[in-house]
Design a binder for this molecule. Structure first.
Ligand code: NAP
Length: 247
């Protein structure tokens, strides 16, 4: 994997899967824009780790659900590094509840960050990628977007929507040498899944043929592959990293 001289922007890179993606892309030689929204200390720690890989980091606060901030994030990347080759739409939140009890604000927040956020950054990034006739866009969806999940109608709808966005944009920009793919993680050990009760975790692990939860690095390895030259002829795909959970 050689991403020397490339620029990657990873949304929600201050922890979890986004952090692992930022680090693996840095180790492959890309300069990395580390986006966060709340947690500046964690974001700075990731930016420092990126720097220790021998490439440059730009730490940038932006709420991707806001079109102006998402556009500002992309413009900051291009201003700093002169180009944007790889966009990883990873920022995501959960606001779980059964549909009957789900507040409008919980529906809107999850759709705004997890789906509209990816649209906002993609639209801004494509302006540069189309001119350069090169781009790799990788959207972090979820197997919940394929299978649904009781208590996560908002999250499942957003992650399924992200797959529709992935396939549509892949069709729109394929002729310009820009690939767009989705990664669908299963149960990955991060702060997002830390809060799940033990009985739910036990039920989930019983459903995983490989018999363990995934790590952020398991997901990051696929993202790095999709970002590299070896994946040049792969577009519009949804690839699960789930230990076989969705078989
Ligand atoms: P996490 O540990 O909760 O981290 C979420 C990241 O998103 C943080 O960096 C957070 O920044 C950032 N973020 C949240 N809202 C944002 C916003 N409006 N604008 C910009 N950044 C924002 O989550 P994770 O488990 O690593 O998940 C990462 C992605 O993978 C998500 O899209 C998630 O849906 C997906 N996924 C996760 C799993 C899993 O099992 N963990 C499974 C399938 C899919 P701050 O630190 O500044 O708050």
């Amino acid at each position: 994997m050689n991403l020397d001289g490339k620029t990657a922007l990873v949304t929600g890179a201050s922890r979890g899967i986004g952090r692992a993606v930022a680090l693996v892309l840095a180790q492959a030689g890309a300069n990395v824009v580390v986006n966060y929204v709340h947690n500046v200390q964690a974001g700075q720690a990731v930016a420092d780790e990126v720097g220790r890989a021998g490439v440059r980091a730009l730490l940038f606060k932006a709420d991707v659900s806001r079109p102006d901030e998402a556009a500002g994030l992309v413009e900051a990347a291009v201003a700093e590094f002169g180009r944007l080759d790889i966009l990883v739409n990873n920022a995501g939140i959960t606001r779980d509840n059964l549909v009957l009890r789900m507040a409008d604000t919980d529906w809107d927040a999850v759709l705004s960050v997890n789906l509209k956020g990816a649209f906002n950054t993609t639209r801004a990034a494509l302006r540069h990628m189309l001119k350069a006739r090169y781009g790799r866009i990788i959207n972090i969806s979820s197997i919940i977007g394929l299978r649904g999940n009781a208590g996560q109608a908002n999250y499942a709808a957003a992650k399924a929507g992200l797959i529709g966005l992935t396939k549509s944009v892949a069709r729109e920009v394929g002729s310009r040498n820009i690939t767009v793919n989705a990664v669908a993680p299963g149960f990955i050990l991060t702060e997002m899944t830390d809060k799940l009760p033990q009985d739910v975790r036990n039920r989930m692990i019983a459903e995983i043929p490989l018999g363990r939860f995934g790590t952020p690095e398991d997901v990051a390895a696929l993202v790095a592959f999709l970002a590299g030259d070896s994946a040049a002829y792969i577009t519009g795909q949804v690839i699960a990293v789930d230990g076989g959970m969705a078989i």
